[in-house]
Structures are given as structure tokens and as C-alpha cells.
Design a protein around this ligand. Structure first.
Ligand code: SF4
Ligand code: SF4
Length: 316
């Protein structure tokens, strides 16, 4: 039987997460709460309404959402829909269906692996030509490991290259579930200090580091990333410890280390969900930060680690 998964997006023709041209399936739900996360719609595993106030054509001209909401959960300000009272909302999505202006978006949908395969198959010719394939991302795909394993297996059965972009905050059994059908794992190290890791992501790094050690003893290809966040994890001590971990604990078994420079992304989505962005108030000088990232890259290279800035070495 085809497993059901909760998906918040399927993007076609992506080029950042794995080789060639890819179809990327984003699974909803994540155990981490990284303050810089750019996909807040992927954090909760439940389906959520998102409000895009600028699109609302105003209560006095329309009011269709109000007519269908039986829970008095819609919040208006200056005549336009401005938010949703999440305590009252029961997630029926009648408002999103009724809105003629796309001012209310339903974040998430339940799909079977077979439904996803129907979309994935459409791009088979592009995978063949570009050496691409399918990437599961999120959120954290391993929160839905049964579904992820079934979908990856179906991709392998059709001969597609497979990649899973995971934070590895999962039981090793769940990682093992997907490995037979996964050509490439993309994961990251956010901070080597457990307490700092917990402060900025909501969880300690023990399980993640342990999974990375175990993963490095398998045959699976690994791309590792560091989201470089100014003032959080870009100090010399953390960078040195990260290099030590890669070389000593993972035996250097990392295809490439990618440095992802901090960008303020996803702010509109935070607003649509009525959520606060965790890096508000942080200021930094972009020019000197970029220089710092280049120095970090050079340091890793000096330790013999293939390190690039960005997902395709665009700044090299
Ligand atoms: S999802 Fe349902 S309960 Fe929530 S605001 Fe929309 S109509 Fe009301
Ligand atoms: S249905 Fe859409 S456009 Fe109409 S009032 Fe509600 S949010 Fe605005």
C-alpha cells in the first residue's frame, strides 16, 4: 500500500540540492527550531493556513472567508485580513478554498508516495540529460521515515538518482531505513558546542554528530554543509573543532563541505504564519562577513577538506 506523507512543496528543476536537475519534495515537520530557518512552513507537521494580507481585496468588497469560517478565527485590520487566531482555528481550510484572491494559503497537503511519483516521473528526461534525480528535503524527511523510505525506494526502482537532505536529528534506525535507497545524504553541522547548538536550534548536537559518525562508515555519499551564521558559529574555535570532527570522527569521508552564508530569507512566510523570526535584531556587516566566510573556506582547504562557498562553488 502507498504510504501517506505530509508535503509542503514539490519544486521541479532545482539545482542546489544534489547533482544535475532535480525534483525536490519537501516533507513537513522538523524537530529543530533553528533561529535562522528560511522554511518556517516546514516546521510543524500539521497543515497550516498562511495569510498574505497584501492580496486581500478587503472585507467590504468580499468577505467570502468570513462567510465560511465557523470559528471566528479570522483577524482583520484596516479592512483587510491580517492574521488568524491560531487558538480558535481548527484547520478546516474553508477560508482558503473560498478566498478568490489567494490571500490565504494552505501550507501542506497529504500525498501518497504514488501521487509524488506521478509528479516526479514527468521530469525523467531532465534527470537523464543532466545527471539529476530526486531530493527529499524539509522540514526533516526522517520525521516521516516510513514514507521517505517508500518514496526513495520507488525512485530507485525507476532508476532515478536519490538524495536526502536531512539534519540527522533522528534515531539511527530511521536513518538506516532510507540508506538502501539513497545515493547521497546532504546534512549539516551547525555548531560543535552542545549548549550553543541547543540555544540556537532547540536541540543538542549529540544525536546528529553520532549519526554523522555512523553514516561515515557506510558507503553512502555525503555532502556536508555549515550554515555560517555571524557571531554564532563562525569563530575560530568552532571552525577548528568542526574540521577536527570531519577528519577524525568521520575519517574525512565527506565529498564536499559547503559553506552557506547567512541570508535573511523566508520573512514573508513567517509573517503569513504569525510566527516571529528568530534572528530579528541581529546586525552585521555583509562585506566583512563574506571576507570571514572566505577565510573559513581557506582554513578548511588548508586542512585538506574540499570546501566551497555555496551549493555549487559559485564564489570560488
Ligand atoms: S482554516 Fe477554518 S477555522 Fe481556520 S480560519 Fe480558516 S475557515 Fe476558520
Ligand atoms: S476571502 Fe480573501 S480576499 Fe476576501 S476578504 Fe477574505 S482574505 Fe480577503
Amino acid at each position: 500500500m502507498s504510504q501517506q506523507g505530509i508535503i509542503f512543496d514539490i519544486q521541479r528543476f532545482t539545482i542546489s540540492d544534489g547533482p544535475g536537475m532535480r525534483t525536490e519534495v519537501f516533507l513537513k515537520g522538523c524537530p529543530l527550531r533553528c533561529r535562522w530557518c528560511s522554511n518556517p512552513e516546514g516546521l510543524s507537521q500539521t497543515l497550516q493556513p498562511g495569510v498574505y494580507s497584501a492580496k486581500c481585496i478587503a472585507r467590504e468588497n468580499c468577505g467570502d472567508c468570513l462567510a465560511v469560517c465557523a470559528h471566528d478565527a479570522l483577524v482583520f485590520s484596516e479592512g483587510k485580513l491580517s492574521g488568524i487566531d491560531r487558538e480558535r482555528c481548527v484547520g478546516c481550510f474553508r477560508c482558503a478554498e473560498a478566498c478568490p484572491a489567494d490571500a490565504i494559503r494552505k501550507w501542506g497537503q497529504v500525498m501518497s508516495a504514488a501521487d509524488c511519483m506521478e509528479i516526479i516521473r514527468r521530469d525523467k528526461a531532465f534527470y537523464d540529460r543532466s545527471g539529476g534525480g530526486v531530493t527529499l528535503s524539509g522540514g526533516e524527511p526522517l520525521m516521516q521515515s516510513d514514507f521517505a523510505a517508500q518514496l526513495l525506494r520507488a525512485c530507485k526502482e525507476e532508476g532515478f538518482h536519490t538524495c536526502c537532505d536531512t539534519a540527522l536529528q533522528a534515531k539511527w534506525e530511521n536513518v538506516e531505513q532510507i540508506l538502501p535507497y539513497t545515493d547521497l545524504i546532504i546534512s549539516d553541522i551547525k555548531h560543535m558546542d552542545g549548549r550553543q547548538h541547543k540555544e540556537y536550534t532547540g536541540v543538542s548536537n549529540e544525536r546528529i554528530l553520532d549519526n554523522l559518525r555512523r553514516l561515515s562508515r557506510t558507503e553512502t555519499q555525503i555532502i556536508l554543509r555549515i550554515p555560517v551564521i555571524p557571531g554564532v558559529n563562525d569563530n575560530d574555535d568552532n571552525i577548528e573543532k568542526t574540521a577536527d570532527f570531519i577528519l577524525r570522527d568521520m575519517g574525512g569521508r565527506v565529498e564536499t563541505l559547503q559553506l552557506l552564508s547567512y541570508m535573511r530569507l523566508g520573512l514573508e512566510k513567517y509573517q503569513s504564519l504569525g510566527m516571529a523570526y528568530g534572528m530579528d535584531g541581529m546586525t552585521f556587516d555583509r562585506g566583512s562577513f563574506q571576507e570571514r566566510v572566505r577565510k573559513i573556506r581557506d582554513y578548511f582547504r588548508g586542512r585538506g577538506i574540499d570546501c566551497r562557498i555555496g551549493t555549487s562553488g559559485e564564489e570560488d
